[in-house]
Ligand binder design. Sequence first.
Ligand SMILES: [Zn+2]
Ligand SMILES: [Zn+2]
Length: 278
Amino acid sequence: MKSKTVNLINCSTCRDQQYVVSNQKGKVHAEACKCFACESCQGTGRILEEDSDGISRIRECQCADFSKKLKLFNQAGIPGKFVHEGLDNYEANRHRTQKDALTRSRTFIKEFNQMKGHYSQGLIFMGDPGLGKTHLAVSIIKELILKHGVECKFVDFFELLRDIRHGYGEDISEGEFINPYVGVKVLVIDELAKGRNTDWELTVLDHFISTRYNDDDKVTLVTTNFKDKLEVGQEDNKKSALSNARYTLEEKIGPRIFSRLMEMCKKVHLQGKDFRQV
Ligand SMILES: [Zn+2]
Ligand SMILES: [Zn+2]
């Protein structure tokens, strides 16, 4: 084995990441650490250079890229409670499906970057609450933004619908709410199919999914407490069961949206129930 050199940490505030994250008004926020000072451009973001013909040109400094990443991060709308969540601190030891989900999240990031984000399928995390589905989806977009500068957003669909409903009264159009999400490169739709799913709600969702489906360039990550199939035995007690297991995802969102989602995203099933029963 090669011997590893131990890297000394110079800045204890950011552990040399050069940015610090915090929860501001319920959203995750990042800003440059006080240790971040660019010597190449003295903080201007631009470098004046002479090419071989002696002509001066201005090019963007590397730190401009860093500032852009922080800006994208702050526009992503990641809920504040996920401020310190990342793939490295996801606890995958409760069930083997969690380990699998973690591996697939890492693979997704790798493949996304290899394909430069074109034609990549997203992921749909399915399973009971409390297994860290949102943790994984959030961690993926955090990494895509901060390491790779990809434009990503997070939306809690249930909250968005509530905002739209509220917005109607304030004369804000549905489009103004929806367009930033529909057009973003990578979108996390959290808690899909939560709530009653009225005809109106499903129309909004259909618009969301269809628009992204028709654009090869968009990648969608989804979390849902609903599954694609009912577990053995649940089919019979469909009416009596009280959990989400009463309905399949397809029953909640309809066959058209469901089939598109299945084309857009690879399924990642998470379980944990068996472990809790032991
Ligand atoms: Zn620092
Ligand atoms: Zn610079």
